[in-house]
Design a protein around this ligand. Sequence first.
Ligand SMILES: [Fe+2]
Ligand SMILES: [Fe+2]
Length: 320
Amino acid sequence: MVLPLPTFSVGRSLTGALNGVLDALGAERFQLEIEVSNRKIDRLYRMAKRDQWNLDDRRESFFPDRGDVDVNDWLGISDAQRLAAAHCFSSVYYGEQGAKVISAQLTTMMPSNEATKFLATQVMDEARHVEVFEGVLTFIDRVHPINPFLSALLTDIAATRHREEKLIGMNLMVEGLALSAFKATLKGLRELGISDRGWNAVGTPIEAIMRDESRHVGFGVVYLPELLEGASLRRKAEIRMRQLMWLGLLYGSVKYHQREQEELGVDHVALLLDLLDDHERRIEECGAAVLVSTDRMKRMIPALDRLVDRALRRRPAPAA
Ligand SMILES: [Fe+2]
Ligand SMILES: [Fe+2]
């Protein structure tokens, strides 16, 4: 015996469901806006397209076959300095991984056409940066595990639902840290007397990345005031609190590598102060009163130092 078909009207319920989807999502996800509302962002997008570069075109020149030459002799630095660089660059590598994921999230959260287009270029930039650090780290040593402070910082920036917080955390704080750390580490390696061919395998690729990172920081500075406009007092307080928490984690991540940084001639406090000075300039450019002033951040350094020391004492020393 064949069972009869159900008697309810499939057509009517499907139409209702489609109408519901259209009402809820249709206008939200895709817009007809092709007018550029922020010319600076549009200009950054065009610069990003113009300045794309491909590691495959430079791989042989960055990471040539060393043959029988010992890696330390090739780089012109000691074993301890090479391993210290590998630990510090491993953190940068995870920062690039985080930037790839978070800029991809932001691409779906922006209200304007030009901002989503710019962020699409940033996703591609970060994927290329991940690839470059895979190359640098494989050439000099290997990728070491992520430090717990950076892991918590990136996880929290990825987890927040607020686009302005993601932009502050990633494009201003983490990318700002990357720029300051790159500057200090490259200066340290120069002063240690890294060889020309060593510089070619480490310094030149990082310099190329720094040009991309400046553009990403620029996007945050230009776009944040628009996103923060009209934020309530409560919202501003929440953003400040989150920033302070992220600062603690950022500081922990810098201090975690104190020993390795010293090996490379980098002072972690000087690095942080440099980072805060750059951040201050960006806050002024943003004109965004919701951001925590660097003066307040600087006053927190001794307390942060003690906090991070305590957390580090509870954790096993990083493996060589
Ligand atoms: Fe990057
Ligand atoms: Fe970036």
